[in-house]
Design a binder for this molecule. Structure first.
Ligand code: PHE
Length: 341
């Protein structure tokens, strides 16, 4: 082939080009050969496409586009012809090509992973950073720095998985608050989703392994209204407008004041049933105003910094969204269940 520069735009040259391309296309005996011919004669670096790029007048444009259009048709026709040849060859060999194939199963993300990513997106949209916390925490991070009482039953080996006397599998995502505050200088806006572990007996709403998402905001001049606004925004994004949310006072050692969030029960819509223990509400998680002592434990001045934190169970969110009665299903990996989402 001539070089692009040497190629003039007269008709005769392009007639020869088209004939050459057609011969190459029709000579292709496999998909790979056809593709090679297409790339050589019609690809981005082919003389034809290079010449088309340099076109300035209408007439040349029409000429070259005509060549390109006809060659593209030739490629498509050759593809069909090759397919036909394959079928004929298969039929000759006695294979019935009309028998439907075996369905190919498509993989997908676990429902909890989908929801976790959705939560991350909601918070990224609000300007939060997503934190990848550690499932193994020191006793200090998981309990002491969060000012949990040294004698509190949640610390006992009946409730918590200890690796050694100083190390546990985190019982909530709240130790990530501590790690984040030690690693960053505020203002700090972070969410940390991940696995947590407790020595709970599995039932419809409890599992020894579960997912939480922690949220922590530390800045100057934050108010409780920011906490409420953020939680509402989060719920709206996940559930739409039609679930009612209520906040009631509660206690956590690391927040003061503390609240718990409930949403109307997904099974009975608030009328009262076994799942919500006849209350009409399902507990979603805890929240509160970061306790000044927690700030002191990570060397932040509570007179300068304020903040809020909350933690929610991700399985609960999934159950609520899809009306699933039992969270054990998430961890049993039964594809008949997981395949529905
Ligand atoms: N960590 C608490 C729990 O697991 C939830 C929580 C998080 C409460 C942050 C207040 C602030 O129940």
């Amino acid at each position: 082939m001539d070089s692009v520069a040497a190629m003039s735009l007269d008709d005769a040259n392009w007639t020869a080009y088209e004939a050459g391309a057609r011969a190459a296309i029709d000579a292709a005996l496999s998909d790979a050969e056809l593709d090679a011919a297409r790339v050589a004669w019609l690809g981005r670096k082919s003389e034809l496409v290079q010449a088309l790029r340099g076109v300035r007048d209408r007439e040349s444009g029409m000429l070259l586009n005509g060549v390109r259009g006809r060659l593209e048709t030739a490629v498509a026709e050759r593809e069909t012809a090759l397919q036909q040849l394959l079928w004929e060859a298969a039929a000759d060999s006695g294979v019935d090509v009309t028998i439907p194939g075996l369905p190919v199963e498509r993989g997908r993300l676990h429902l909890l992973t989908q929801i976790r990513r959705e939560i991350e997106d909601v918070f990224l949209g609000m300007g939060y950073e997503v934190w990848d916390g550690n499932e193994v925490a020191t006793v200090w991070e998981n309990f002491d720095a969060l000012t949990s009482d040294p004698g509190h039953p949640s610390r006992s080996i009946n409730d918590t998985f200890y690796i050694d006397s100083d190390t546990v599998l985190r019982t909530h995502t709240s130790p990530d608050q501590i790690r984040a505050m030690l690693a960053r200088t505020p203002p700090l806006y972070m969410v940390s989703p991940g696995r947590c572990y407790r020595r709970d007996t599995p039932d419809a709403t409890h599992s020894p392994i579960f997912l939480q998402v922690e949220c922590l905001a530390v800045d100057r001049g934050i108010t409780l209204a920011d906490l409420q606004g953020t939680v509402l925004q989060f719920f709206r994004a996940l559930f739409g407008e039609d679930r009612e949310v209520r906040m009631r006072t509660s206690f956590f050692p690391f927040t003061e004041p503390s609240v718990e969030f409930d949403v109307t029960c997904f099974i009975c819509s608030g009328r009262g049933c076994a799942t919500c223990k006849r209350s009409g509400w399902i507990e979603m998680g805890g929240a509160g105003w970061v306790d000044p002592d927690v700030f002191r434990n990570v060397d932040l001045d509570p007179d300068e910094w304020q903040g809020f934190a909350f933690g929610f169970g991700i399985e609960r969110i999934a159950m609520l969204r899809h009306g699933l009665p039992d969270l054990r299903a998430f961890w049993e990996n039964d594809l008949r269940v997981l395949g529905q989402f």
